[in-house]
Structures are given as C-alpha cells and as structure tokens.
Ligand binder design. Structure first.
Ligand SMILES: [Zn+2]
Ligand SMILES: [Zn+2]
Length: 181
C-alpha cells in the first residue's frame, strides 16, 4: 500500500483521517511508537525520511484501533488535538536530534580522523550533509504547518520557548532555519 503522507497530514487538518494501514475512516486514532521498518508506512514523518525503505528508528505511528491491536502498537487513544500535540512533540524531538547530529554526533557516526575534528559535516561528507539538511528542512516545514493549526484555533502552542532555543542553537552552528532568524 502506497500512502501519500503529505496528504494525510493535510487530511487531519481537514478533519478526515483514514487509517494508513487499512484505509478505514477513523474516529478514534491511536498514536504510539514502533521501530520496525514496515511501520515507516504508517509514520507521518517518514514521508521526509531518507531511510524510508529501511527505517529502524523509533517513530511515531498513527493507526486505527484494530490495526493498532494487530501490530501490537502500545498506543494511546487521541482526539484531533491530541494527535496534533503528538505530531508537534515528535517534530521537535526529531529537530533536536537533527541539531545534535549536526553539532557533534556525526563525528562519532563517521568515525573521522582526529585531524579532521575541526571540520564541518559539509566539508567531510557533502552528500550526507545534503541528506541531513533536506530532512531538517522537511521537519521545519511540518513544524510550521502544525504551528499554523494551533494558531488558526487560537490555542496556545505548548512549550513555545522550544522554538527560539532551537533557532539560536542552529544559527550558532552557522546554519539557516525556516523557524526564525
Ligand atoms: Zn486500520
Ligand atoms: Zn523514517
């Protein structure tokens, strides 16, 4: 089954969410986390994920009640706002991870020579940098969409300070962000 997740995120914004696994229009949706690669098809953010075919990271998954039971998703039942909150939380978590990776973790990941310790990721591995950069841009675009959802309903976005901290950190690293300047 091919899922257009971009459309699915837009569908929840239009209050029409169908289960990505069985296609049922669901009133009750369950969110939880799975690591299995097959779950990438039901994970909203894996649309922009570079490891889509083989994504074994812990990822937020959204399913109807019976699919959640079938795949043993230890999820919780959420309403629309609960879903948006879960998306927001997952989005910020992924952006924090992308930031940590750019700042430092890539050095361990690539096992670089000590003499290259002052180099930046884009100098050492431009292709990997490009991959990381487009993933981060995708996440920032999703953040803005979710933020817009809260704005349109005049609901306060939880943890608003997260955004300015993220912006300061990413700019201090010398990179651009869609979330501010
Ligand atoms: Zn289902
Ligand atoms: Zn993924």
């Amino acid at each position: 089954m091919q899922i257009d997740w971009q459309r699915t995120i837009n569908d929840i914004l239009a209050k029409k969410l169908s289960c990505p696994r069985c296609g049922t229009l669901a009133d009750d949706i369950f969110v939880g986390y799975l690591r299995t690669p097959e779950a990438a098809e039901w994970a909203p953010f894996c649309e922009g994920c570079t490891k889509r075919e083989n994504c074994d990271t812990r990822k937020l998954v959204v399913l109807c009640e019976s699919c959640a039971a079938e795949v043993r998703l230890r999820g919780r039942r959420v309403d629309e706002e609960g879903y948006m909150l879960a998306l927001l939380e997952e989005c910020c978590r992924n952006l924090d991870e992308a930031l940590d990776y750019l700042a430092d973790y890539w050095r361990e990941d690539l096992d670089i020579d000590p003499q290259d310790i002052d180099k930046r990721l884009e100098e050492v591995d431009p292709d990997l940098f490009e991959e990381e950069d487009s993933w981060r841009r995708y996440l920032e675009e999703q953040y803005l969409k979710i933020h817009q959802w809260f704005r349109e309903r005049r609901r306060p976005i939880p943890n608003p300070g997260w955004r300015s901290e993220y912006v300061e950190d990413i700019i201090a690293l010398g990179y651009l962000t869609l979330l501010g300047d």
